[in-house]
Each structure stands twice: as C-alpha cells, then as structure tokens.
Write a protein that binds this ligand. Structure first.
Ligand code: SAM
Length: 256
C-alpha cells in the first residue's frame, strides 16, 4: 500500500518508522512518503494560513499550497497497481477532522483494501473548504474523525489511522488470527469489546487465572470469552449493547 502524508510537521510522523508500521515499511508492504506542505508556497515566509472570511478567531489553511501539493503528489489520472493483482487504482484522500464521520474498525477494513491513501492533516481551523470539494471531483474523499474531542492538528489522527489500517494488511501481523478476535473485528466480535486476557504464571500475587482457561476445553473457553466480551461491552459501552438485535446475538451465540 502506498501512503502519502502532506503536512507542515513531517517530523510528527516519525513514529511511522517504529514497531509494526516501521517493520511493514522495511518489508515493502507499506510505502510511506511524507511531504512538507510549505514546499508548495511561493512567499518568503512560506505562508500556509490566512484570516477566515466572515471574521472570527483563528486562521484557515490557504487553498493554493494544498491544491498544488495534491496535484503534485496525486496528479489527475495517476494510479498504482491494485492489491492482489486487482486493476490499477487511483488515490483516496483522507482528511482528518473532528467534523468528519467516525473512524471505526469497519472504516479501517474498508481503507485497508485500497492500494493508495493520501492523508491531508490540517492545523489551525482547518483547510479552505474548496480544496476538499475540488479534490472530490477526481478522487474519493473521506473526512474522518478519530473521536469526539479536538486536537491541535491532524498528524496524530494520521498516526492512529495508519496504524489501525496497517495491522490489517497481509504480512504485517505475525499471526493473522490475532486480529480476528480483536474488539470490533468483523464477524464474531463485531460491536463487541474483547474480554480480559491472561498469561503465565497461573497464580500471581494470590490471583488465579480463571480455571476455564486452563481446562483445555475449546468450547467452554470460547463460551467464557464470549460471555466476558458481552459483560465488558455492557459495562464500558452500553450504547453498543443497546444497538444489538436479539436475533444477531442468537446467531453469533450458536457459532460459539
Ligand atoms: N475548527 C475545527 C473544528 O472545530 O472542527 C477544529 C480544528 S483543529 C484545532 C485542527 C486540525 O486538527 C483539524 O483540521 C484536523 O486536521 C485535526 N483534528 C482535530 N481533532 C481531530 C479529530 N478528533 N479527528 C481527526 N482530526 C482532528
């Protein structure tokens, strides 16, 4: 997968060299390219912001540097080979913003199937709206929020999204099975949080590992994990449990 990030703080993205994403880059699974937005300015101060039309506090990112950057990084008509021998595809633009639709595991799965993502993290009060409307005439645009709070800039949101997407790419996780039982994973864990996990020793500070996990009985272990997932979801995310349709719960219970 190719990932381009256009930002005024490329150094903010240095963690993309580390751990799982860093290894995916080393293996050639991820091709990450960072771009300095100010390289597409033409004044001595490399200005990327200006006062908002209509007045009010804060500054807005100017359209010209963003448009030039997007036209250079993802020129109209440009494509990369599709994943798994699929036909070549153009880029998909991701604009992190608190006013976007929520970035969820389902969105991560959807984006992991695309071969080329371009991220446009903003600063100040965001990017002049016309940049996004203009880009949408030639590529899919996803305005995405990583949560109901406001960050100072979109770079952290890019780190969050790239990590969530990268771990879904084939060859990135050592054991692909581990993603299958994660919270929110499609299928059995959809809309559920994962329950507690334990490792050796079986007894630690007088605390025992739940006996069923030592039983070797796969059916009982699966049943216990399922119950714990429901218990935890009800405690931490009652909104998710309330959205369950009873027949959906029954179907998944039969699969356990
Ligand atoms: N005035 C904007 C609003 O209220 O929607 C907030 C701008 S924020 C200070 C600057 C930038 O940080 C945003 O344009 C976006 O790129 C990023 N950002 C802030 N919170 C975010 C969130 N929850 N999810 C994704 N990106 C976020």
């Amino acid at each position: 997968m190719r990932i381009d990030v256009i930002t005024i703080f490329p150094e903010y993205l240095e963690p993309l060299d580390v751990s799982l994403v860093g290894k995916a880059r080393e293996k050639g699974i991820l091709d990450v390219r960072l771009h300095q937005l100010r390289d597409w300015t033409h004044d001595v101060h490399h200005t990327v912001d200006d006062t908002p039309y209509g007045g009010g506090p804060g500054m807005v990112m100017k359209p010209e540097p963003w448009a030039s950057a997007l036209d250079t990084v993802a020129p109209p008509g440009a494509t990369v080979p599709g994943t798994d021998g699929a036909p070549a595809e153009g880029p998909c633009l991701i604009v992190p913003t608190p006013s976007g639709r929520p970035f969820t595991q389902a969105v991560a799965v959807e984006l992991a199937a695309r071969p080329w993502l371009v991220f446009a993290p903003a600063r100040y009060e965001g990017i002049d709206r016309r940049v996004i409307d203009d880009a949408a005439t030639r590529m899919p645009v996803h305005e995405l929020s990583i949560g109901d709070y406001v960050l100072a800039g979109g770079e952290v949101a890019v780190l969050v999204m790239v990590e969530a997407i990268a771990r879904l790419l084939p060859g990135v996780l050592g054991n692909v099975e581990s993603a299958r039982d994660d919270s929110f994973a499609a299928g059995r864990m959809e809309k559920l949080l994962e329950g507690p996990v334990y490792t050796k020793p079986a007894r630690w500070r007088d605390r025992e590992v739940p006996e069923v996990l030592l039983s070797g009985h796969h059916g009982k272990i699966a049943r216990w994990r399922r119950d714990e997932a429901l218990r935890r979801t009800a405690a931490h995310r009652p909104d998710l449990v309330a959205a369950f349709r009873p027949e959906e719960l029954d179907r998944r219970d039969r699969e356990v």
